[in-house]
Design a protein around this ligand. Structure first.
Ligand code: FPP
Length: 262
C-alpha cells in the first residue's frame, strides 16, 4: 500500500535514531556487524529518498558518544562502514549538491575515518542542496556541555555579557542548530526513548516511533512517518491556530471568572 504525503508540507529537518541493527543480526544468528552492514544499505536508500522529497536537512544518529563502550570489534566494524559509506557515496553526494556535515566529538574518530570525512565536508561545504548531517561520537548532553563551556570561555574573555546568555546565543553556539530545529524525529526498532539525541534542538520535534528494525526500514516507512507528522497539530506551547479558542476574541473578565469557576 502506498502512502499519500503532501509535498507542500514536507518537514524541513528530519532526524533519525537508527535502532535495531543488532537485533536484526541476532534474529538471523549473525554477529551484530552484519546488522550494521545491512543498516548502512538502509542509510543509502533513506538519504536518496530524503533528497528527492526535498528535505532541507537529514540528521542521522550514526554513532553515539556512549557507543565507544561497545566491544572493539563492533566499534571497528562501524568505523569501517562509515569510511566505506563516505568513499562510495562521495560522488553521488557531490553530484547532487548535498552538503555533508557532522556533529559530535568527531576528533575522537580514527584517522582512517577523518581522512575521508574532513575532505568531503570541505568539498561539499558550499553545496546548497540537502544537508546530510552525521551525528558521530555524538551525545546531546555532551553537546550541551561543550556549548556551555564555549559560552563560559567567551564570558571569561569579556566577549559576552552573562546577561546576554539566552536561548538565542545558545542556538548560535550549538552545532546541531546550524541545520535548524528538527521538525520530525523518527526512531526505529520499537523502543520509545530519546537516547541522548539532540536534547536542545528537538524540543518541539514531532516524535514518530517505528516498530521496524533499521535494516528493514524502507522508503515507504519514511513516507508513513512523514504522513503521520503531517497529521499532527504542532502547537509549540500555544493553542492551535485553528482552535475556536485562538479564533475567538479574548474573553471578558466576567466570562473568564465563569470559566474558572465552572
Ligand atoms: C543502533 O542499533 C545503531 C547503531 C549504534 C549504529 C548505526 C549505524 C549504521 C546504521 C550504519 C553505519 C552508518 C552510516 C552512516 C553508514 P543497535 O546496534 O543498538 O541495535 P539493537 O538495539 O538491536 O542492539
Amino acid at each position: 500500500m502506498s502512502t499519500l504525503i503532501d509535498l507542500r508540507r514536507i518537514p524541513a529537518h528530519v532526524a533519525i535514531i537508527m535502532d535495531g541493527n543488532g537485533r536484526w543480526a541476532q534474529h538471523r544468528g549473525a554477529l551484530r556487524p552484519t546488522g550494521h552492514r545491512e543498516g548502512s544499505q538502509t542509510v543509502r536508500q533513506i538519504v536518496r529518498a530524503s533528497r528527492r522529497l526535498g528535505l532541507r536537512a537529514l540528521t542521522l544518529y550514526a554513532f553515539s558518544e556512549q557507543n565507544w563502550q561497545r566491544p572493539s570489534f563492533e566499534v571497528d566494524a562501524l568505523m569501517e562502514l562509515l569510511r566505506e559509506f563516505l568513499v562510495t557515496e562521495r560522488e553521488e553526494i557531490l553530484e547532487n549538491g548535498i552538503r555533508l556535515t557532522s556533529i559530535g566529538r568527531t576528533e575522537r574518530l580514527p584517522s582512517r575515518v577523518l581522512e575521508v570525512l574532513r575532505p568531503l565536508e570541505a568539498e561539499s561545504a558550499n553545496n546548497t542542496g540537502m544537508t546530510l548531517c552525521l551525528a558521530l561520537s555524538y551525545g546531546g548532553r555532551e553537546e550541551l556541555a561543550d556549548t556551555m563551556r564555549a559560552l563560559a570561555a567567551q564570558v571569561a574573555r569579556g566577549e559576552l555579557a552573562p546577561s546576554s546568555v539566552d536561548e538565542s546565543s545558545i542556538d548560535h553556539a550549538m552545532p546541531s542548530m546550524a541545520q535548524g530545529t528538527v521538525d520530525l524525529l523518527i526512531r526505529t526498532g520499537g523502543e520509545q526513548r530519546i537516547s541522548n539525541f539532540l536534547l536542545w534542538n528537538a524540543a518541539y520535534a514531532e516524535l514518530v516511533f517505528s516498530e521496524r528494525l533499521w535494516p528493514e526500514f524502507e522508503v515507504e516507512d519514511l513516507y508513513d512517518a512523514i504522513a503521520e507528522y503531517q497529521g499532527r497539530d504542532r502547537r509549540f506551547g500555544k493553542v492551535s491556530a485553528l482552535s475556536p479558542d485562538a479564533l475567538a476574541p479574548d474573553p471578558t473578565p466576567s466570562e473568564l471568572a465563569t470559566a474558572v469557576h465552572a
